[in-house]
Design a binder for this molecule. Structure first.
Ligand SMILES: Nc1ncnc2c1ncn2[C@@H]1O[C@H](COP(=O)(O)OP(=O)(O)OP(=O)(O)O)[C@@H](O)[C@H]1O
Ligand SMILES: [Mg+2]
Length: 258
């Protein structure tokens, strides 16, 4: 069953067609890779799925229900969380505060409850803090709970971004180039983390340029180029697909010479 589904999505920016009649779904239990050259439309897919951009045609469904036109905070409350290609932490807030902000998005009490601190509101606040601590622990950043985000080294900021997304208790997690700027040891650790996240029952959509990471963790991969899907299949199939090779190299795949 599809958790998140893009159906015939087209996104235009003026005359530029960023996504063209694009359809694919993220199925329950899978780690789906989304690859493609620079400017192919991968981040635009994330922005459509999370309500940041509106599609000019097509539909987005979460567990069968259309979420087209919903605001980003409403989509978070459905259970769709994301990280950003360029880290977007609240740089002056501590790690735990960053994780708690994410959880507040799903708070039942909302802003009014936060102002008039009722007993149930205090109870919920404690629960939010517990969940945030759990997410930091899961991503191995508990020791930095009280460190201001901007003081964390880059690799830990990336981990904190994922922890913050997890703290919102998602059903699906969208990761936009989580390995960018990581050294090989950090990206190997990231691969293990993505598998652990999947083991929690969270479906993952992974956009990543590091093919070792993509091929190592994804069960299925969708490749886009110029906003169109050019291939879909298992890691082996994708690596050998001439259209994928051509999109990356900008020329037709040559037969190996021996
Ligand atoms: N807000 C916007 N306004 C105008 N054009 C945009 C906007 N967002 C994206 N685009 C354009 O849409 C196309 C797809 O961009 P997108 O960021 O989705 O690519 P990408 O696959 O994520 O690339 P990269 O691998 O470099 O991150 C590009 O041509 C980009 O310039
Ligand atoms: Mg991008």
């Amino acid at each position: 069953m599809a958790t998140l589904e893009l159906k015939n999505i087209t996104v235009k920016f003026g005359g530029l067609v960023a996504l063209s009649d694009l359809s694919f779904s993220i199925n329950a239990g899978e780690i789906l890779g989304l690859i493609g050259p620079n400017g192919a439309g991968k981040t635009t897919v994330f922005n459509v799925l999370t309500g940041v951009y509106q599609a000019s045609a097509g539909d987005v469904r979460f567990e069968g229900t259309s979420i087209l036109g919903k605001r980003p905070h409403q989509i978070v409350s459905f259970g769709v969380a994301r990280t950003f290609q360029n880290i977007r932490l609240f740089s002056n807030m501590t790690a735990i505060e960053n994780a708690m902000v994410a959880r507040h998005c799903r708070s039942k009490k909302g802003v009014v409850g936060a102002i008039f601190r009722t007993r149930s509101q205090k109870h919920e606040e404690a629960q939010i803090q517990d969940k945030a601590r759990e997410a930091l622990a899961f991503m191995g950043v508990s020791d930095y709970a009280d460190t201001v985000a901007s003081n964390l080294p880059y690799g830990l900021q990336r981990r904190l971004e994922i922890a913050r997304a997890l703290a919102s208790n998602p059903r699906v997690l969208l990761l936009d180039e989580p390995a960018a700027g990581m050294n090989p040891a950090e990206s190997a650790a990231l691969m293990r983390d993505i598998s652990r996240i999947s083991d929690l029952g969270i479906d993952v959509l992974l956009v990543e340029h590091d093919m070792k990471v993509v091929m190592g963790v994804c069960s299925r991969i969708v490749c886009v180029d110029h906003g169109e899907k050019i291939a879909e299949g298992g890691p082996e199939e994708i690596q050998n697909n001439p259209k994928v090779i051509e999109a990356y190299l900008g020329q037709p795949a040559k037969k190996p010479t021996k």
